[in-house]
Design a protein around this ligand. Structure first.
Ligand code: GCB
Length: 601
């Protein structure tokens, strides 16, 4: 699916702004033939939760409504017009002038619909009904329950089976874009490069809908100079002396694709791409033939007021903070991030592990990991209870369809902390890994992020991954405050992984300690900034001893909002930055460490 951009043949109309908004109390049906009966308003894109100071709205589980009007310029009326949602969290029914025109389930991927047949002259009324309900069929997974309230009203409740606030709403831009009636529907780009001769062979496939007598493809370099031109819908383009896309040193070419009729260019789309080679070989993660070391973060899309809604200033700031620290990468924990962020990472040379929203695939999750102390086997019936296969397949399809061309994406993460030690986990994941490998045109490495209970002896799915990605909290959830023992445990486990899978690279995708900014302790006690720094120092020390260790992505870039709980004080405080992006003490230590570790080689 192409990102909507304005080109010589396309216009984009942005429907961001202030929409009408209403919580659905489910007392009587909402008539979509009428304007929404509300005076409440809500900014789009953003989560709705933090824009009012009304507790019932902030914590609402159930259905919500958005509405706005728009008009389409006469000059565009003969074009094909497509309404596109960057995301709608988590389930959406879309009505135009009172008619349902599309439906989509899954809160983190885009969807679109042609609207020509439903448009009226003058004002058009666009209405969206959303649900933020989650259960054992959805991704993320929620613990759903309901009860009858007054007037027979159903009261829904979602208890997040994951550690971030269930923000919802129209989180990403809603746009209408035009194309000519004959149009370019999709472009798939697979760059290959011979690293010795510096010659790239870029395979480009174009899906065109309608009648073109020629599809012309022109490649431009960053200066705008033409490097190649060819015709066809399935072509190989050679680039001599290619400039590689490198971590923190991005180089983007542009493929201008034109649908031609009688020598005239009818539809034009421009897709940027980087040429880089990603491989996993003998325990190393190679980018452009050289060992790459991941330095960076697990993150969240999370900010004051906007909640999980797109906030491009935060995105730019976050990447600048990363670069200043010598970091080079992050994981889109625990769901696909906005397309705007992915495009930014392409430009900035930030390496991304692209994760599905498969989080919470653990029926009995709690933060008590003391079972780890007592042995490897944990009773667990996750895979009897979960009914998420369909949602998982759908999101893999939609994620790859959306992100397949991004140079920044070097690996897919199929899930975060699923019960991969439990009976039935291999049978659940094997087909999903096959599907991902089949669908990804660039055949990137795949992983899932391994939960602490899934020790080298207990885990049943490691054979499926190209890289062993571990979330570990020695010194926090276990051996709390005892960094000496934590160090031994960390070493013990990493050595075990290394010995059991000598050809697989190993990385940490999470490790961290809750730290309240401004808390200090002469004894370096947990929650203090001293403890956070000591914790990271101990981990670094062990990492440096493990031959196949290819990266450290700590938890978390910044403090973030979660549901309430006795281990969460207005959110998760494992950020090395506060939610406002002020550095905690440890940032100096990590900046120093990372600046001295080369990205490649
Ligand atoms: C994890 C989860 C992450 C949590 C983190 C924590 O293992 O993957 O979502 O926020 O631990 O801080 O407990």
């Amino acid at each position: 699916m192409l990102y909507p951009t304005a080109t010589e043949s396309r216009v984009v109309v942005d429907l961001s702004g202030v929409w009408k908004f209403m919580i659905d109390k489910e007392v009587e049906p909402i008539e979509v033939s009428q304007a929404l009966p509300t005076n409440q308003v809500m900014a789009v894109p953003a989560s709705f939760n933090d824009q009012t100071v009304i507790k019932d709205i902030r914590e609402h589980s159930g259905y919500i409504w958005y509405e706005r009007e728009f008009s389409i310029a006469k000059a565009l009326r003969n074009e094909r017009l497509v309404l596109r949602f960057g995301s709608a969290t988590h389930e959406a029914w879309v009505y135009l002038n009172g008619k349902e025109i599309t439906y989509h389930k899954g809160g983190f991927t885009p969807f679109e619909v042609e609207i020509n047949d439903f448009l009226l002259e003058g004002a058009n009324r666009l209405t969206v009904r959303l649900s933020n309900l989650l259960d054992y069929t959805t991704l993320p997974v929620g613990n759903y329950s309901e009860k009858k309230g007054q007037n027979g009203r159903i009261i829904h409740k979602v208890d997040e089976n994951f550690d971030f606030f269930n923000y919802a709403g129209l989180h990403r831009p809603v746009k209408i874009y035009s194309t000519p009636r004959d149009y370019i529907e999709d472009i798939v780009i697979v760059p290959e490069v011979d690293l010795v001769s510096k010659k790239a062979n870029v395979q480009i496939s174009v899906k065109a809908t309608g009648n073109f007598d020629e599809v012309r493809i022109t490649i431009f370099d960053e200066k705008g100079l033409q490097v190649a031109q060819t015709s066809g819908t399935d072509v190989n383009v050679a680039i001599e002396n290619v400039q590689l896309w490198q971590p923190l040193n991005a180089y983007l070419y542009k493929a201008k694709v034109e649908g031609m009729k009688s020598g005239e260019s009818i539809d034009v789309y421009e897709e940027s791409f980087g040429v880089r080679k990603v491989e996993v070989k003998s325990g190393k993660f190679l980018i452009n033939g050289e060992p790459f070391y991941f330095k960076g973060f697990g993150k969240h899309e999370d900010a004051y007021v906007n909640g999980r809604g797109l906030n491009e200033a935060y995105n730019v700031l976050d990447i600048n903070l990363m670069k200043q620290m010598g970091a080079n990468s992050f994981r889109t924990s625990h769901y696909p991030y906005s397309e705007e962020m992915m495009r930014l990472c392409d430009r900035e040379g930030i390496v991304v592990i692209d994760e599905t929203p498969a989080v919470g695939l653990f029926a009995a999750f709690n933060f008590d990991v003391s079972a780890l102390e007592t042995g490897d086997q944990i009773e667990d019936d996750t895979w009897e209870k979960m009914n998420t296969t369909e949602a998982h397949q759908q999101v893999i399809r939609e994620l790859i369809d959306r992100d397949k061309n991004h140079a920044c994406v070097v690996m897919w993460s199929i899930a975060n902390e699923a019960a991969t030690f439990a009976q039935g986990s291999y049978e659940y994941f094997e087909p999903l890994f096959s599907l991902t490998r089949e669908l990804d045109p660039q055949k990137r490495p795949c992983t899932y992020v391994n939960i602490m209970f899934a020790t080298p002896n207990a885990d049943k799915c490691t054979d499926l991954v190209d890289v062993i990605a571990l979330n570990r909290y020695y010194g926090w959830y276990v051996q709390t405050g005892d960094l000496k023992t934590a160090e031994e445990k960390t070493r013990q486990e990493l050595v075990q992984w290394q010995e059991k899978y000598p050809d697989k690279p190993i990385m940490y995708t999470e490790y961290g300690a809750d730290t309240v900014a401004g808390f200090h302790s002469a004894y370096g006690e947990p929650f203090s900034e001293e403890y956070q720094e000591d914790y990271y120092r101990l981990n670094s020390k062990v990492f440096d001893e493990i031959p196949n260790f290819v990266g450290e992505q700590l938890w978390n870039f910044a403090d973030f909002q979660t549901k309430f709980g006795i281990v969460r004080v207005q959110g998760n405080k494992k950020g090395i930055f506060t939610r406002e992006r002020e550095p905690k003490m440890v940032v100096r230590y990590l900046s120093d460490r990372w600046t001295n570790i080369p990205n490649l080689g």
